[in-house]
Design a protein around this ligand. Structure first.
Ligand SMILES: NC(=O)C1=CN([C@@H]2O[C@H](COP(=O)(O)OP(=O)(O)OC[C@H]3O[C@@H](n4cnc5c(N)ncnc54)[C@H](OP(=O)(O)O)[C@@H]3O)[C@@H](O)[C@H]2O)C=CC1
Ligand SMILES: O=C(O)[C@@H]1CCC=N1
Length: 281
């Protein structure tokens, strides 16, 4: 099975992450009738149906039956129970490509429950919704039992799927997923936290909430867009804003005196450590 205009997708668990991927897929032109989503509570499903026109009226078993690619989008803590329940109720993954987006769960944890099926681990991020996602991808070593051509096809199908919502990065070892997650998986939250802090200070200066938000939003998107100019590194772009002895230099000195790089290093290391801990739970 190569991905084509008929490939169908079932998202099991339609929360924040699945919703972002589904939205990004539909926005990039994937036919909504090829996308099924299930969720434990019905409100989120109904919202996705209303917004994107996808199919949401099937239960997990029927959704899996009808799909070529099954995307597992429940919380890591729930994954084993959800899969055990599916298998004990007869779910058959043998002709499916199964893709998980959960953090901190090793491939073996899945294949121990659902068997040695065709399997890809993905670490996406929520900017998938707006076509600027980053998806780290890893084909499990248990895939060694499949023909090289099957694995290559699965790599192609998954690359095409996640290319609909942004950039794809194939990883050579499963441990790299935790590192990629610390950068791009969790990364949007770091930028949101920084934006929140800047907007709070702008309001403290006396700007209205609306003006504070616009200043921060436009600055963030403008700065991000400028980094796609391949002629200039992040450091050069920073230097271009920073007049020697000027006000930007005064602000950056505060960040540096508070060890910005060391703080970022410590935060990303903490994310990796937590993902590693989760994989052992
Ligand atoms: N959010 C992010 O930025 C990222 C998340 N991830 C991964 O994505 C996964 C989902 O995270 P996120 O979307 O944030 O979490 P959410 O809680 O938003 O989504 C999980 C969804 O799964 C549903 N669910 C639970 N049990 C079942 C079931 N038996 N059948 C169908 N649906 C079920 C929940 O329903 P209910 O409405 O009842 O709670 C919920 O809507 C996690 O494994 C996380 O590690 C990966 C990268 C980034
Ligand atoms: O916080 C989490 O566990 C997931 C992984 C990356 C983003 N959200």
């Amino acid at each position: 099975m190569t991905q084509n205009n008929n490939t169908s997708y079932a998202f099991i668990g339609a929360g924040n992450m699945s919703g972002a991927i589904i939205g990004g897929m539909v926005n990039s032109g994937v036919e909504p009738s090829r996308i099924i989503a299930t969720n434990r509570t019905k409100e989120k499903q109904q919202a996705l149906k209303a917004k994107f026109g996808i199919t949401t009226d099937l239960d997990n078993q029927e959704a899996i039956k009808q799909a070529d690619v099954v995307i597992l989008g429940v919380k890591p803590q729930m994954m084993a129970d959800v899969l055990t329940d599916l298998v004990s109720n007869g779910a058959d993954f043998s002709d499916k490509l199964v893709v998980t987006v959960a953090a901190g769960l090793l491939v073996k944890r899945y294949t121990d429950i659902i068997g040695d099926v065709r399997f890809v681990r993905c670490m996406p991020n929520t900017p998938s919704l707006v076509g600027h996602g980053v998806s780290g991808l890893y084909v499990g070593s248990s895939q060694a039992r499949f023909d090289k051509s099957v694995i290559e096809q699965d790599i192609q199908i998954t690359t095409e799927l996640f290319s609909h919502v942004g950039a794809t990065v194939w990883l050579k070892s499963e441990s790299e997923i935790d590192q990629l997650a610390a950068v791009s998986g969790s990364g949007p939250a770091y930028f949101f936290a920084f934006m929140e802090a800047m907007a709070n200070k702008a309001k403290e200066f006396g700007f209205s909430e609306g003006v504070a938000n616009v200043m921060v939003q436009e600055t963030a998107i403008g700065a991000a867009k400028m980094t796609f100019n391949k002629d200039k590194s992040f450091a050069e772009l920073r230097e271009n804003v920073t007049s020697p002895g000027g006000s930007t230099a005064a602000a950056l000195n505060v960040f540096n005196n508070n060890n910005l790089q060391a703080t970022v290093n410590e935060a990303l290391d903490a994310a990796v450590t937590r993902a590693q801990e989760m994989s052992k739970l």
